[in-house]
Ligand binder design. Structure first.
Ligand SMILES: Nc1ncnc2c1ncn2[C@@H]1O[C@H](COP(=O)(O)OP(=O)(O)OP(=O)(O)O)[C@@H](O)[C@H]1O
Length: 272
């Protein structure tokens, strides 16, 4: 029988519900009947109002959290704790402050059993790709925010993740540096074609990067709509935002999202 394992989606959330119990015993439903499928090599962005459940979705895929109901699958199999095929990039980078740049990037391969020589060669290669060959011996506190993000990208990509989970990785950066990092990310992604979930508040960022944009409802999060983004690749992020098709996608998706954002603000002000 033909093995169609490679045709199963990289990531699947099937009718997932996730509840939390507060210290006072109240139950909060963060995700409800949530369905998502990320195909192999696909770049999916997830947008939705603040607090709706975006990070909770990622936590379920990491295996750090378990669904209260439903199923999460990676590469056709159940999620079983931390998976070495999964890489992460979060708003707060995970650089070790006491290690210099090259040691930070070598840490992953060394942990995975590579020899020091292999890890060093590979780290130099990845640091060259992100333009940091001259900064191998700098410490994180000696770098700008954008440079730290580049180290963090090298640190993630060196492990060649098949699945990449990103939670607002560039939100702390200034606009110009963010655009540069978007280009950098798309370049690295195009080489390896990991399957990506990229969570963001920023609709323009989502449209510029993704193959599909998922819009979530104000909590409990369900999938409100899914928009395929058919802008050609490779994309030049600094220029794409002036293209009529890009503007049209942003307008259409914002109309859809606006309602959810307003619901979320209304609830927050009622609760205040
Ligand atoms: N460990 C937890 N215990 C209790 N409630 C939680 C826990 N984690 C998340 N929540 C609640 O679940 C809901 C969804 O949170 P989540 O962080 O997933 O939202 P988000 O969309 O990522 O938020 P933001 O856009 O602000 O980053 C929120 O109401 C949050 O307070």
């Amino acid at each position: 029988m033909a093995n169609d394992q490679s045709r199963t989606p990289a990531i699947e959330l099937i009718n997932v519900t996730r509840r939390f119990v507060s210290p006072t015993g109240k139950t909060l439903t963060a995700l409800k009947d949530f369905n998502m499928a990320v195909e192999r090599g696909e770049f999916v962005a997830v947008v939705g109002p603040t607090g709706c459940g975006k990070s909770t979705t990622l936590n379920l895929v990491t295996g750090l959290a378990k669904p209260s109901a439903g199923e999460v699958r990676l590469m056709g199999g159940p999620v079983n704790g931390i998976d070495p095929r999964v890489g992460f990039a979060f708003q707060k980078d995970a650089l070790f402050p006491w290690k210099n740049v090259i040691d930070n990037v070598m840490a992953g391969p060394l942990f995975r059993g590579k020899s020091k020589a292999q890890a060093e060669k590979s780290a130099k290669d990845w640091l060259a790709r992100v333009g940091l060959s001259k900064f191998l011996h700098h410490y994180p506190h000696q770098l700008s925010g954008g440079m730290r993000k580049r180290v963090a990208l090298a640190q993630t990509f060196i492990n060649e993740p098949e699945i990449l989970l990103m939670d607002e990785p560039f939100s702390a950066l200034d606009v110009q540096t963010r655009t540069v990092m978007h280009e950098e990310l798309l370049k690295l992604w195009a080489e390896r074609k990991a399957s990506v979930i990229f969570v963001t508040h920023d609709l323009e960022e989502a449209v510029a990067l993704a193959d599909k944009v998922y819009v979530l409802t104000a909590g409990p999060a369900t999938v409100k709509s899914v928009y395929p983004i058919e802008l050609p690749r490779p994309r030049v992020v600094s220029e794409i935002r002036y293209e009529p098709a890009f503007v049209e996608y942003c307008k259409t998706i914002w109309e859809d999202m606006r309602q959810e954002v307003e619901t979320s603000y209304r609830r927050a002000s009622e609760a205040a």
